[in-house]
Design a protein around this ligand. Structure first.
Ligand SMILES: NC(=O)c1ccc[n+]([C@@H]2O[C@H](COP(=O)([O-])OP(=O)(O)OC[C@H]3O[C@@H](n4cnc5c(N)ncnc54)[C@H](OP(=O)(O)O)[C@@H]3O)[C@@H](O)[C@H]2O)c1
Length: 348
């Protein structure tokens, strides 16, 4: 329900047009909802897909799916949050409350209590809390994490380590290899080095010859940057999970991006390779994750130091619009490396 007091939001008004500030009505929280004053937001590749590619955009479309802020109003029936709590949130677009606005009114289960910003990308069926002495039955199965220095890759790696996976080769630029080893990478390969890719291919082939199915998590989903090299080196019968959307053409200043959801037909996989597209925005489809992921699991993973948040790069700018536009420009220039872009809604 609208209270008619407007607040500012950062919006896409047309694909590849400069962002604009628009006024949005405040919403009164209904049962199970809270209103949060947004202090910080993270800018992710999804913002660029929306700003330049029109992905899930209905102009004027406010941007953003991650936020940190303070609860300022609460509806009936909210148990784990109260007014004044500092919270972080991961906001699937289906709720139509994107983060890059001064206030969001959302179901309380989308929020957790912690002061750190995170881009949660958990898609696991592993038990939480982890039972004592838990070891997965397939602990030594090879899981290649392609693009491990990405935000999603860093979290995936740390969770695999926590749950006891012991055969986790990764690709990333060389400068991130040491950090990624501390997060659980068992072998590191530079995806820009043909020699490294050759070594990785040999490793995967030997795993497959030893009768182990190779599993791959492609955190990049770029036809040229990850899927074509993966199609060349992934042995027959492997399973490849790709983070949607598949990027056929990258956004450039003068080039519109192109996406597809087709993970199987877009490159020539070897015989019997199965692919699947992954969407973190639909995590609420699983009742347990819907209930527990943000309120319980994420704060616990952070508090116990099981996962370390991404390094952050603060995007500065004199106005809200300057900061929002700069973040999009940095993403478009593909300057993000092992870090999450974050910026303030209000200048300090
Ligand atoms: N479907 C979903 O629910 C969902 C959720 C989150 C993300 N995504 C998608 O997943 C992708 C990654 O998202 P993110 O937020 O994790 O990205 P990010 O952190 O912004 O990604 C930047 C990283 O990508 C790495 N990278 C770029 N090109 C690469 C390549 N060809 N091979 C290997 N690594 C490469 C860079 O590695 P170096 O610095 O090591 O060079 C850099 O650290 C995006 O396309 C995003 O849209 C989808």
């Amino acid at each position: 329900m609208s209270t008619n007091t407007p607040h500012a939001g950062v919006a896409v008004v047309a694909a590849r047009a400069p962002l604009e500030i628009i006024q949005v009505p405040d919403l009164k929280p209904a049962e199970g909802q809270v209103c949060v004053e947004v202090h910080w937001v993270g800018s992710t590749p999804f913002d660029l897909h929306q700003a330049d590619g029109g992905l899930r955009v209905e102009p004027p479309q406010i941007l953003g799916d991650t936020a940190v802020g303070v609860v300022v109003k609460s509806g009936e029936g909210v148990e784990h949050l109260k007014i004044g709590d500092q919270v972080f949130g991961f906001l699937p677009p289906v709720h139509k409350q994107p983060s890059q606005q001064e206030f969001i009114t959302v179901p309380a289960h989308l929020l957790g209590k912690h002061t750190l910003t995170t881009s949660a990308c958990l898609n696991f069926t592993l038990p939480f809390p982890k039972p004592e002495k838990y070891t997965p039955s397939d602990a030594n199965t090879p899981i290649l994490v392609w693009g491990a220095s990405s935000s999603v890759g860093q979290y995936t790696l740390q969770l695999l380590k926590y749950y006891g996976y012991t055969n986790v080769p990764v690709t990333a630029s060389k400068r991130h290899h040491q950090l990624l080893r501390s997060f659980g990478a068992t072998e590191t390969f530079d995806y820009t080095s043909p020699e490294d890719i050759h070594r990785l291919e040999a490793l995967l082939a030997s795993e497959s010859q030893n009768g182990r199915r190779v599993n791959v998590l492609d955190n990049i989903g770029s036809v040229q940057g990850s899927m074509e090299p993966l199609a060349r080196i992934t042995p027959p019968g492997s399973l490849v999970a790709v983070l949607w959307p598949v990027i056929k053409v990258h956004a450039e200043e003068d080039i519109a991006p192109e996406f597809t959801l087709d993970t199987q037909g877009v490159v020539n996989w070897k015989e019997g390779v199965k692919t699947v597209g992954v969407s973190t925005h639909s995590y609420e489809a699983n009742e347990l994750r819907k209930r527990d992921l943000q309120p319980l699991i994420m704060p616990e993973l952070l508090a116990q130091g099981i996962i370390t948040p991404n390094a952050t790069r603060i995007v500065e700018g004199a106005t809200l619009l300057d900061r929002a536009q700069s973040a999009i420009d940095i993403l478009r220039r593909r300057e993000v490396s092992g870090e999450r872009l974050v910026w303030r809604m209000k200048q300090a």
